[in-house]
Design a protein around this ligand. Sequence first.
Ligand SMILES: NC(=O)c1ccc[n+]([C@@H]2O[C@H](COP(=O)([O-])OP(=O)(O)OC[C@H]3O[C@@H](n4cnc5c(N)ncnc54)[C@H](O)[C@@H]3O)[C@@H](O)[C@H]2O)c1
Length: 364
Amino acid sequence: MTTALREAFAGKNVLVTGHTGFKGSWLSLWLHDLGARVSGLALAPDTQPSLFEQLGLARLIDSRLADVRDAALVEKILSETKPEIIFHLAAQPLVRLSYDQPAETFAVNVQGTANLLDAVRRAPSVRVVVVITTDKCYENREADYAYREDDRLGGRDPYSASKACAELVVASYRDSFFKKDSRVSLSSARAGNVIGGGDWAKDRLLPDCMRALAAGKPVTVRNPRSVRPWQHVLEPLSGYLTLAARQLVEPEKFAEAWNFGPAPQDARTTAQIAELAVRGWGSGRWSSADADPSAPHEAGLLKLDSSKARARLSWTPAYGADQAVAKTVAWHLAAAAPGFDALAFTRRQIEEYAGTARNPSADA
Ligand SMILES: NC(=O)c1ccc[n+]([C@@H]2O[C@H](COP(=O)([O-])OP(=O)(O)OC[C@H]3O[C@@H](n4cnc5c(N)ncnc54)[C@H](O)[C@@H]3O)[C@@H](O)[C@H]2O)c1
């Protein structure tokens, strides 16, 4: 995998929005190590600790702190950094927070995406844009069904609805401005519930587990029966990179929406994932949170069908849910030990993953 990706990205100017976040930090490091000249656009990290700071990314990439709601500043950063490829990850990504801050969530996730794409219209350097949305952008029928790219968009909570709206913004900009013969190839990518080392966000299952286990406290699990498509962070990132590499070569053919979910058997309940985390940690226990009738609605069942990415990008998940949890726990066990070198450890996990994953160069 590494050879194909290095050929695509080495020496290229790449902008990652949301580079100070969990997925953006992993992606920025991976791109940097592939030889890309990486710049980033995001707010300052809002967790303590943060993977961005643990990796020392500010020393490796051109990090710009800016708000995607500031259209003029977004345009200025594009004109200064001259990206050829953009991965748009900057977002308010938490369902529960979106109930507290709905208007802000829509402003960041919808208007922010429009601001970026509008700046792309006036940024002659840009050839490829991948907008990261989510599996939650589909209208959830709570049925045992894996959503495909042409299923109806929707979303009950403000986060999911904002990401469905972002998908509409992408489709509109593609059809209105980046038509098939334009210089810009614009795609969107929908991944599942991502886990991995260095996610310190609030109200997410694995970060909650890691914090509790490291503190010697019992893990409390909300909605233990909810089924989610769990995957290691490097799985969707390898999908985004593979997709962008294909867009560079055949811009028209790949300017579409793509799912990058885990294999069907890796759609697991939150209870199963918590159990794996506790066993991997080697001590501790988990229990269900008391049912809270006033808790905001969260989808109970969510599965993604990634057969399109498998068939047309030759992208396929390399890790199952067990391995994804094991890699996450290994990262956090190492982080809890004195003298942890986050950069070296994270790099090693990227190299291991790239060595395991299938070479994405073939096309059907
Ligand atoms: N983590 C998951 O399980 C998951 C699943 C599906 C999709 N996603 C999507 O992947 C992307 C990254 O998610 P994450 O888990 O790394 O989240 P994160 O919270 O760790 O990172 C979010 C990033 O967006 C930036 N950001 C937020 N508001 C901003 C603003 N107003 N202006 C500029 N930057 C802003 C933050 O500074 C940060 O860099 C998001 O688009 C999210 O919706 C995440």
